[in-house]
Design a protein around this ligand. Sequence first.
Ligand code: PLP
Length: 361
Amino acid sequence: MTVKITPSTHTVSEADRAEKVAKPGFGKYYTDHMVVAEWTEEDGWGQAELKPYGPISLDPAAMVFHYGQEIFEGLKAYRQPDGSISLFRPEANALRFQRSAARLALPELPMQTFLESLDALVTQDAGWVPSNIGESLYLRPFMFATEVGLGVRPTNRAMYMLIATPAAAYFNSDNAVTVWISMEYVRAVPGGTGEAKCGGNYAASLIAQKEAAKEGCDQVVWIDAKERKWVEEMGGMNLYFVKGKGADATIVTPKLTGALLAGITRDSILTLAKDLGYKSEEVMISIDEWRDGVASGEITEIFACGTAAVVTPVGRAKSIKGTWVTGDGTPGPITKQIREGLLGIQHGTIADKHHWMRKVL
Ligand SMILES: *Cc1c(COP(=O)(O)O)cnc(C)c1O
């Protein structure tokens, strides 16, 4: 199934686009096109179509508005030194999108359709891909329930869409973020949807984000729902703790328990750390170990990772149990090395020995 191409007849002017691409922000501007495909229980997936970006029309009783049956993905297209454009591990996003769909009782989108939709949009809107290091075209695939009706049951109609937005670095990587460890609200529960990338997880998290802001913090750190002591993740990112220094350092990340989102950046960093000669561990980490580890100096650096922010240092942590600080607010040497290693592969300045990059154009 190849994507039907219906190009826009009213794309933004080259000058306007250049201005937007030069100062992209994050989610501020959208490209000229989008991809849409529809699914019904009777007929399966229809043909995917690339068409002009614009509003869509849905019945007010479409199920997504009432019961939140929705999933999404996030990945980036990077300009390469020779001017070509490549995606970072899109097959991993395709597989995760299928796992999220299964959990939310939505239809699985074939990997080929997912990849073809990305290729079609990036090719059509190639002029929107920035070229500075740290900048990219952020791609947002998503799917939602479109059956009309208020009965609570899995939808028999769904819509897949793909949109794209030029993206600058999400956070200023030179400044450590401060985090609020939420003891009252949790993001995910065992048996829940924590492993799925669904809008509902974010909807449930916003009140804690508001609380974090009130506490003067940038982001929320989630702990487990049951014992309220194990660190899970930060906002929409996974976490890493660096223990020790130099060549003997070990990088530690919370184990995937089913309540955490299995980040593709997290997974890539486990491989990258090995390449760089560091030991790595996936284990349970308690907030007491965090507090005591930074106090004793055993934990030397902390960083968060995800597609949007790549690698972001974490400095001050605050909770009802007190405040504790890692490092001096600037990225530590291993955080920097991993960030640069990952960005180098993504931008094609470091050899891609794990074949993570998929060339589009
Ligand atoms: C998307 C996401 C991540 C990061 O995943 P990547 O594949 O690295 O972008 C981490 N946590 C949550 C909750 C997420 O939604």
